[in-house]
Design a protein around this ligand. Structure first.
Ligand code: ADP
Ligand code: S3P
Ligand code: MG
Length: 212
């Protein structure tokens, strides 16, 4: 068995499972049996790369890709920013939970979630019991940099009407334990996309082998 030596910033919270790739198992119990029919979920903060990595992963695995924010916009015919301005965040969280319930009924997809999907216990339980959950972990300064470069304000209206950095810090403080709690794997989201993709594929191969 591989020696478990914590070596990255996550080491205070979880055991690092694979030193060479610095990918860690989260605190959550093992995921459901993994087959080509199992959905794969990506969770994490805004701009951690869920949508970008999810598309790559789906392509590599020849699976359908789905982003819960895209489904929201298709269903509502308006941007998240406009919807939240008119109806508030609570209404968005209701709609987001309904989307997750609905899309998770289909099988074998890679599902990138919006950053706040973990806020509802119902969502966390659903994801956790229906497929492997990857938490894309990045620290706030990295997220700030990415959001300044590519804000997508229609998709990501301010959460608390504070500065971008304060918004992210408050969200990170509230959500970090939720991400860690729901995740079966934690992927440092600051590596190159190709490295992060390789990490995720390694972990899925491991799950496929465990099943046999
Ligand atoms: N590993 C990475 N390294 C550098 N930039 C990245 C990485 N992953 C994503 N990005 C960039 O960060 C921004 C947010 O990515 P996105 O996939 O939309 O994140 P999310 O869906 O988690 O909000 C995009 O501009 C994307 O190109
Ligand atoms: O962090 C959040 O609460 C949100 C993140 C966004 O998705 P991304 O994480 O894909 O940016 C989007 O769902 C919405 O603006 C809420
Ligand atoms: Mg996204």
């Amino acid at each position: 068995m591989r020696k478990i030596v914590p070596q990255n910033p996550l080491n205070k919270k979880i055991a690092v499972e694979d030193e060479s790739r610095s990918v860690a198992f989260g605190k959550a119990p093992a995921p459901v049996p993994y087959t080509s029919e199992t959905n794969i979920y990506l969770v994490g903060m805004r701009a951690s790369g869920k949508t970008t990595l999810g598309k790559l992963l789906a392509q590599k695995l020849s699976r359908p890709f789905l982003d819960t924010d895209d489904v929201f916009v298709e269903q509502h015919g308006q941007s998240i920013a406009d919807f939240v301005a008119a109806n508030g965040w609570g209404a968005f969280r209701d709609a987001e939970a309904e989307i997750l319930r609905s899309v998770s009924k289909s099988k074998g997809q890679v599902i990138s979630t919006g950053g706040g999907m973990v806020l509802r216990q119902e969502n966390r339980e659903l994801m956790h019991r229906s497929g492997p959950v990857f938490y894309l972990y990045a620290e706030v300064p990295v997220l700030v940099q990415r959001l300044q470069a590519d804000p997508l304000q229609d998709q990501r209206p301010s959460l608390a009407h504070s500065s971008l950095e304060d918004d992210l810090r408050a969200a990170f403080a509230e959500r970090e334990s939720l991400y860690l709690g729901v995740a079966h794997f934690v992927l440092p989201a600051v590596e190159s996309l190709q490295d992060t993709l390789a990490d995720a594929l390694d972990k899925l191969q491991l799950l496929a082998r465990v099943r046999k």
